[in-house]
Design a protein around this ligand. Structure first.
Ligand code: C5P
Length: 422
């Protein structure tokens, strides 16, 4: 179902250059087509090393243009007309090489020629090794292009295909899609920009750790991947996003304000200090209990100090945020990690916590959800006046895609309501 009616009928010329991120451009084509866009693609020689013309053509349902010197192409379309045949030119991935050509006006293949000949707005999604991105040559080229009005989305920080980490990962398809939506909304003069622009979002992620003594603690299993991906998805759609997270190895999502905490008490305090927000998503694996009394020195095993763990309950952050009151977010979303009777338990949790939506996922043995890249979720939305919840089953998706899709669903839900004032 089209989520962004503004994209319906828009013509996108997508230039796919030679980077490993080209595979993500296939997903971008699919999503643009879903929104009713006409997508015409230019594939560079490098790009064709990563994705095949056949795949690009099948997904775009159009011919793929590859050769500046193709007589057939020239007689049908011509590179000048091709460069002007779109409402927006998107370059994804935009390699260091292609950005350099664009900045200097080189035109030695179809892609660079079309980019020089176009009179249409251009959006680039850079993708490259982090050192290449940081290199003054690339930064100068990007500054030149920005000065000429070329729009840019990404790159993001994180693990790169070359095995290094740094800035250079191409923005995710959902983020590029959001930037394209933002471009057309800006043109339409709606002034709204991205669908969550002007909104405030709060996300909890990762585990909490509850000290036993200065060196030991109890905690929950959580990589923070899903929570971080949601924060990233919300920020990608323009929300001013605060991520309150326990210790994780995840990189900070781009454009997100990150508050690091350790204990559940600290997480609650940081969340409350972040209010008011339009939406709160609690994806953290908060420890249910903490020590009634934390030892102020390291307990010594050779001095017979084996502790009896006397526990006390932690505050329920989700339930606290969901309580009625002047600062209750318009939308409160919780998570339910279950191993059995997932929907039934999630239904009960929706009521018990007083939240609006529950994203339920199966974390049973063999699902690979914990610490994994992917997730299968079911989204339960509370029925009106205590009626039964609706359940939407989502397919197996990457956690990043779950984050993007949830952000889109949130944007959809909030559209039409006034944003909170901070
Ligand atoms: O009660 P349970 O831990 O199963 O509920 C899971 C949901 O509640 C998640 O959204 C989690 O982030 C949230 N939660 C919380 N504070 C707690 C316990 C859970 O926010 N103390």
């Amino acid at each position: 179902m089209p989520e962004f009616p503004i994209l319906d009928g828009k013509r996108i010329l997508l230039v796919i250059a030679g980077g490993i991120a080209a595979y993500k451009s296939l997903e971008l084509i699919r999503r643009l087509r879903e929104q009713g866009c006409h997508v015409r693609c230019i594939l560079t020689a490098g790009g064709a090393r990563f994705v095949t013309p056949l795949t690009v053509s099948a997904l775009s349902e159009d011919k793929v243009y590859q050769d500046l010197w193709s007589l057939t192409d020239e007689s049908e379309m011509g590179h000048i007309r091709l460069s002007r045949s779109a409402d927006l030119v998107v370059v994804a991935p935009a390699t260091a090489n292609l950005l350099a050509k664009m900045a200097t006006g080189l035109a030695d293949d179809l892609a660079s020629t079309a980019l020089l000949a176009t009179d249409k707005p251009v959006l680039v999604a850079p993708a490259m090794n982090g050192v290449m991105w940081d290199h003054p040559a690339t930064q100068t080229n990007v500054a030149v292009l920005t000065g000429r009005g070329v729009r840019r989305i990404g790159p993001n920080a994180g693990a790169l295909a070359c095995g290094e980490t740094g800035s250079g990962r191409m923005a995710e398809p959902g983020e590029i899609l959001a930037a394209i939506v933002g471009h057309f909304e800006g043109l339409a003069g709606s002034g709204r920009g991205l669908p969550l622009a002007g909104r405030r979002a709060l996300v909890t992620s990762g585990p909490t750790i509850e000290p036993i003594d200065p060196v030991r603690y109890i905690t929950n299993r959580s990589s923070g991947r899903q929570g971080h991906a949601i924060a990233r998805g919300l920020a990608g759609l323009g929300a001013s996003t605060i991520l309150v997270t326990g210790p994780t190895a995840e990189p900070d999502p781009p454009g997100v304000q990150v508050i690091r905490i350790e204990t559940a008490d600290q997480m609650l305090a940081a969340c409350q200090a972040s209010l008011p927000v339009d939406v709160a998503v609690c994806a953290a694996a908060v420890a249910d209990w903490r020590m009634r009394k934390v030892a102020d020195h390291k307990l010594k095993k050779d001095q017979g100090e084996m502790p009896v763990l006397e526990l006390t309950e932690n505050p329920d952050i989700l339930a606290t945020l969901a309580k009625a009151g002047p600062h209750r977010p318009r939308l409160v979303v919780g998570f339910a990690a279950e191993t059995r009777r997932i929907i039934e338990h999630a239904q009960a949790k929706l009521v018990r916590k007083g939240c609006d939506w529950i994203v339920a996922n199966d974390v049973g043995q063999g699902t690979g959800t914990f610490g994994g890249e992917r997730n299968t979720v079911h989204v339960l939305r509370a029925g009106s006046q205590g009626g039964p919840a609706s359940v939407e089953d989502w397919p197996l998706l990457s956690k990043v895609s779950v984050g993007e899709r949830l952000a889109v669903a949130i944007a959809d839900h909030l559209s039409g309501s006034a944003p909170v004032r901070s």
